[in-house]
Design a binder for this molecule. Structure first.
Ligand SMILES: NC(=O)c1ccc[n+]([C@@H]2O[C@H](COP(=O)([O-])OP(=O)(O)OC[C@H]3O[C@@H](n4cnc5c(N)ncnc54)[C@H](OP(=O)(O)O)[C@@H]3O)[C@@H](O)[C@H]2O)c1
Length: 224
């Protein structure tokens, strides 16, 4: 699998370390339709606003895309556009495979409102000081998975790779869920796993697919 890696900074750099058949594109070697041609799949760890500028070019290049870029708005019609061009793209705010186990835990916690109607929810993320979006895309995904309003706060300090924490606080009980990324390689590994799946798993449909949906399919395939 020949990977066109857009952005080989703190996170993308780990993709290049793990996967030798990689061509790096950055601010001095920018991607074009022509120079992407020889690649099987694009993996992006560009900052969101820069990735957004490349969306049209990536559609034109006609190859599958796995993107971890955060902090931008997708064009509202992106899913239909990709479907009509028979393209498979995968997105995630967080390519950690363990994050998908956390998703299941949060979905279970979300059911607690039946038992604790008065409970308060709070989500906190901590990341390195260079992270542009705040709160993190993952913190926003956690609120989506919870399916109810939470107080979200964020902290930017040192070189923290990624820390997310959720608390359900009721009068007599507290439930806490924490996910801590210890090494950026987890995101690179997840993105490469997704790249392999979009190239080889024919069940994945055309359009923009959430990484968590693909992981769930493999994690829970033996459950009824
Ligand atoms: N989904 C996930 O699992 C996950 C995990 C971690 C991070 N992220 C996200 O990934 C993104 C990147 O984070 P990071 O911390 O790795 O960033 P980073 O260290 O700042 O790296 C950014 C990269 O983008 C390149 N770049 C900048 N401008 C460019 C341009 N116009 N054209 C092509 N390349 C350009 C830079 O190249 P130069 O060095 O040449 O400037 C650099 O290689 C962020 O949105 C972050 O939130 C996602």
């Amino acid at each position: 699998m020949k990977v066109a890696l857009l952005g080989a900074g703190k996170t993308g750099g780990k993709v290049a370390e793990l996967h030798k058949e990689t061509i790096i594109f950055n601010s001095t070697n920018k991607p074009t339709v022509e120079n992407l041609k020889s690649c099987d799949v694009v993996i992006s760890f560009l900052a969101g606003p820069i990735f957004a500028e490349y969306i049209d070019l990536l559609i034109e290049s006609n190859i599958p895309v796995v993107t971890g870029s955060t902090g931008f708005e997708w064009p509202s019609n992106i899913n239909q556009t990709l479907k009509s061009k028979k393209l498979k793209w995968v997105r995630a705010h967080n390519f950690s495979l363990g994050m998908n186990i956390v998703k299941k835990m949060i979905e279970i916690l979300s059911m607690s409102s039946e038992l604790y109607p008065e409970a308060q929810y709070m989500i906190h993320d901590i990341h390195h000081t260079q992270k542009l979006d705040s709160p993190s895309g993952t913190a926003l995904s956690w609120q989506d998975w919870l399916g109810k309003k939470a107080h979200i706060s964020a902290e930017r300090t040192g070189d923290v790779v990624g820390y997310h924490h959720l608390e359900m606080d009721s009068k007599q009980e507290k439930i806490k869920i924490t996910h801590e990324a210890k090494d950026r390689a987890i995101f690179a590994r997840g993105a490469l796993w997704a790249a392999d799946k979009i190239l080889n798993d024919n069940d994945i449909e055309y359009g923009l697919t959430h990484f968590s949906d693909i992981v769930s399919k493999y994690l829970y395939k033996d459950q009824k």
